[in-house]
Design a protein. Structure first.
Lengths: 368, 319
C-alpha cells in the first residue's frame, strides 16, 4: 500500500493530500485533480455530450445547495446532500441506457435528474409529503428512494435476474455507499448476482464517511476487491473524475447487457457536506480534511479540461449559470407550492385489495 | 397437504407464465418437505430454481423481480429462518405499493413451514405469525387441511398484494382431501368447521384438528362447541368472529404461539369491542407459553392439548 507521501511523489506536488480512504490501489483515472489528462480522454462522447455532462454537474450542485437552503428555511425535512459526488453520480447515470433500471439510496438526486425524474416529485420525499417514490419508477427507470442500508442492492439484482429471464438486453444498477458494504444485504445481493450471472452493476460511492464513521473504520480491505470473492470483476475508479466514472460504468453495463454478468465499481469520492442536514460533522471530522478534499473537486477538474480541450468557455458558462438559476428557482417554487397529500392517501395504496377493516379506519380519519 | 401445496404451485406455474418458484433446495431436491417436488423437471430451471442460503437476498430479489413484472413464490425453509428476511419483508415488500402510490405491486408469496408439533430441532417450531400480522401491507394465511392449503396458496399467488403463507408442518402429512379446487372462502374469510352453540373456539393451523378432537370429546359430554378455522390471520374475519360470539356467547381462542400478544389477544379484543353485550363469560386463551419453544421431549407440554382446550371450554360454558 502506498503512503500518502509516496503517492504525492509519484504524481508530483499536490496542494493538498488526497482523502485518506483513497490510499491503496490506484484508481482508474482520465483526468488528474488539476484537469491534466492522465488517461485516454476519448470515452466515446461527442463535445455536446461532454458539455451536457458538465451542465448536469453544475445543475446538480446548485440544486443540492438549494435543497440545503430549503431545509434551513423549513421547507424540507431532513435532506442528505451529495456535494463532491457529482462526478460519481452524473458520470455513471450518463452511461446508462434507457432500459437500464436504477435502484438508488437516498442520496442520488443527481442520478435522478439525469434519468428524467421530475425533481419536484423527487423532493416530495424530502418535503415530507410522500415516502418512497411518488414519481413513476417505471417511467424513468429510477426506483424509489431507499433508506434501509444496502437493501436496494438485492432489488437491483432481482430486477437483473428478471431481465435475464426475459432476455431483455438491459441491466440494473444499484447505488450504495461505503457503509453499506458492512451490511449483510450487500453480501447476499453480491453473492446472488455472481451465482446468477445477473446483468447488475453494483455501484459503490465510497465518500469516506458513513455518518461519523470513516471508511477505515468501516472495513479493513478495499471494497472493489470483494468482487473477486463473488466471482465477477471489480474496479476502483476515481469517483471525482467524471470521464473515468463514465468509462467504467459503460464497460460494466455493456458487459452486463451482453451476458457477461455483474461488476462491482468502487468510485472513490468525498462527502464534502454533512451526512444530512441533521448531522454535525464538526463533532467527528476536521474542517482541514474538507478543505483539502476541495482541491479534488470533480467539477473544477472537468471544467478545466473542457476549456483546455476547446469544448467550453466562460461565455457559455455565464449563459448556463443564468439558466440553472432559473431552473433551480422553478424547482424551489414547485417544491414549496406542492399541495399537502390528502389524508385518505394513507389508505388508498396500502393494498391493491384492501381489507374491509381499512374502509372503517379510512372513514374514521376523514371524520365520517 | 404437501401434495395439495405441490398441486397449487404446479397449477399456478401452468396458468401464469410470470410465476416463478425459488428458494433453498426447492429445485433439484424438491424442497426439504417435498412441497416443490417435480416442479423443476416440469417447468425448467428458469422458472423453478435453487438459490444460495440467503433469505434476505431471496426476499430482496423478489422485490426486484416484481419491478420487472415477475410474480415470485419464494420459500423460507423454516419459520425461524425467515427472520433474516424481515427487513426486506417489512421495509420493502409490505410498503412498496404505498410508497409508489400504487404503481408497483408486490405480488409476492412467501411460503414457510411453520409452528411445531413434529419434534423438530430448535428454530424449527416457531409461530412467527404476530410479526407478520402486525405489519401493514401484508396478508397472512394459514391452512388447516389439504383442500384449504391448495385454495389459500392459489389465492395467495394470484393476489396482487404480498401474502405470507404459514404451512403447519404438523399437518403436512394430512391426507383427508384428494381433489383440489380454488372455489371456496377467500383470503379474509374464516370458516366454521364444526357447528355448535355452547361456545366458539377460534383457532388456526394445526390446532384446528386438535380443537375438532376436543369438540368431539366435549360432544360426548353433551357440550356442542363450534370450531372456527380463522385461516386468514390478516385480514382477520372480524365479522365472523363477532357473529359467532353473538350466537354462542362464549369464546375460547387457541393457538401455538406464546400467549402475550399472540393472535388471541387481537381476537379477544375484537370480541370485547364488537360483541361485549353478548358475552356470557370471560374469553379464555389456550396457547403456547411465554417461553422459547421447548425441545422435542417437552413440546407436548407446551402445545395446547385436547385436555387443555376442553378444560377451557368447560370453564367458559360453566361460568
Amino acid at each position: 500500500m502506498l503512503s500518502a507521501s509516496d503517492e504525492q511523489r509519484s504524481r508530483g506536488i499536490r496542494v493538498a493530500p488526497e482523502p485518506e480512504h483513497w490510499r491503496g490501489t490506484e484508481p482508474l483515472r482520465v483526468l488528474d485533480a488539476d484537469g491534466t489528462v492522465v488517461g485516454d480522454p476519448d470515452v466515446g462522447l461527442e463535445p455536446d455530450e461532454l458539455r451536457a455532462m458538465l451542465r448536469w454537474m453544475l445543475l446538480a450542485r446548485r440544486l443540492d445547495r438549494e435543497c440545503i437552503a430549503l431545509q434551513r428555511q423549513g421547507e424540507l425535512t431532513v435532506y442528505p446532500g451529495f456535494e463532491g459526488q457529482e462526478a460519481a453520480q452524473i458520470g455513471s447515470a450518463m452511461a446508462l441506457g434507457p432500459d437500464d433500471f436504477v435502484f438508488p439510496t437516498f442520496r442520488e438526486l443527481a442520478v435522478a435528474l439525469v434519468r428524467g425524474v421530475d425533481p419536484v416529485q423527487y423532493l416530495a420525499y424530502h418535503r415530507g409529503t410522500w415516502h418512497g417514490g411518488p414519481y413513476d419508477p417505471r417511467a424513468t427507470r429510477f426506483g424509489p428512494i431507499c433508506i434501509p442500508v444496502a437493501t436496494q442492492i438485492a432489488h437491483g439484482v432481482g430486477y437483473a435476474i428478471g431481465l435475464a429471464l426475459d432476455a431483455t438486453p438491459a441491466c440494473s444498477i444499484s447505488y450504495f455507499g461505503d457503509g453499506s458494504t458492512s451490511e449483510g444485504d450487500f453480501h447476499e445481493a453480491a453473492n446472488l448476482a455472481g451465482v446468477f450471472t445477473a446483468p447488475a452493476v453494483l455501484f459503490c460511492q465510497n465518500n469516506g464517511w458513513a455518518i461519523s464513521m470513516p471508511a477505515r473504520s468501516q472495513t479493513a480491505g478495499e471494497i472493489w476487491r470483494r468482487a473477486a470473492g463473488y466471482g465477477f470483476p471489480g474496479v476502483r475508479v476515481d469517483g471525482n473524475d467524471v470521464l473515468a466514472v463514465y468509462r467504467a460504468t459503460r464497460e460494466a453495463t455493456a458487459r452486463a447487457r451482453t451476458g457477461g454478468g455483474p461488476t462491482l465499481i468502487e468510485a472513490m469520492t468525498y462527502r464534502i457536506g454533512a451526512h444530512s442536514t441533521a448531522d454535525d460533522p464538526g463533532r467527528y471530522r476536521d474542517d482541514d480534511e474538507v478543505t483539502a478534499a476541495r482541491a479534488f473537486d470533480p467539477i473544477t477538474r472537468f471544467q478545466t479540461w473542457l476549456v483546455t480541450a476547446g469544448h467550453f468557455d466562460d461565455e457559455l458558462l455565464a449563459g448556463w449559470n443564468h439558466e440553472i438559476e432559473e431552473q433551480v428557482l422553478a424547482i424551489r417554487e414547485g417544491v414549496i407550492a406542492q399541495p399537502a397529500p390528502a389524508v385518505e392517501w394513507m389508505f388508498d395504496w396500502a393494498y391493491a385489495n384492501p381489507p374491509d377493516e381499512l374502509a372503517g379506519q379510512r372513514r374514521e380519519v376523514l371524520g365520517g | 397437504m404437501v401434495a395439495a401445496l405441490n398441486a397449487a404451485l404446479r397449477d399456478a406455474l401452468r396458468d401464469d407464465d410470470r410465476v416463478l418458484v425459488f428458494g433453498e433446495d426447492v429445485g433439484r431436491s424438491g424442497g426439504v418437505f417435498r412441497v416443490t417436488d417435480g416442479l423443476q423437471p416440469e417447468f425448467g430451471d428458469r422458472r423453478v430454481f435453487d438459490t444460495p442460503i440467503s433469505e434476505s437476498g431471496i426476499a430482496g430479489a423478489a422485490v426486484g423481480l416484481a419491478f420487472a413484472g415477475w410474480r415470485s413464490v419464494v420459500e423460507m425453509q423454516f419459520d425461524a429462518f425467515s427472520y433474516p428476511a424481515l427487513e426486506q419483508i417489512i421495509d420493502h415488500i409490505a410498503k412498496m405499493r404505498e410508497r409508489t402510490r400504487g404503481r408497483i405491486d408486490m405480488p409476492i408469496t412467501i411460503r414457510m413451514p411453520a409452528f411445531g408439533g413434529i419434534k423438530g430441532k430448535e428454530h424449527h417450531g416457531e409461530s412467527p405469525e404476530t410479526y407478520y400480522v402486525h405489519t401493514a401491507g401484508l396478508k397472512v394465511v394459514t391452512p388447516s387441511s389439504p383442500g384449504d392449503a391448495y385454495r389459500l396458496l392459489r389465492l395467495a399467488i394470484a393476489d396482487p398484494d404480498p401474502v405470507i403463507v404459514l404451512e403447519p408442518k404438523a399437518r403436512y402429512w394430512a391426507k383427508e382431501d384428494t381433489s383440489f379446487d380454488v372455489e371456496g372462502p377467500g383470503i379474509g374469510e374464516g370458516r366454521v368447521v364444526r357447528d355448535g352453540n355452547a361456545a366458539s373456539i377460534f383457532t388456526y393451523g394445526a390446532m384446528v384438528s386438535r380443537c375438532l378432537d376436543a369438540a368431539s370429546s366435549l360432544a360426548d359430554e353433551g357440550v356442542a362447541v363450534r370450531v372456527v378455522d380463522l385461516r386468514s390471520l390478516s385480514p382477520l374475519d372480524t365479522g365472523l368472529i363477532a357473529g359467532c360470539v353473538r350466537e354462542t356467547g362464549r369464546a375460547v381462542v387457541v393457538h401455538e404461539a406464546p400467549k402475550t400478544l399472540g393472535l388471541g389477544a387481537e381476537v379477544t379484543a375484537r370480541i370485547v369491542e364488537d360483541a361485549f353485550d353478548f358475552l356470557e363469560a370471560p374469553v379464555r386463551r389456550v396457547t403456547g407459553y411465554d417461553v422459547p419453544y421447548p425441545p422435542a421431549a417437552l413440546e407436548h407440554h407446551y402445545l395446547p392439548s385436547v385436555q387443555r382446550i376442553a378444560a377451557a371450554v368447560r370453564e367458559v360454558v360453566s361460568y
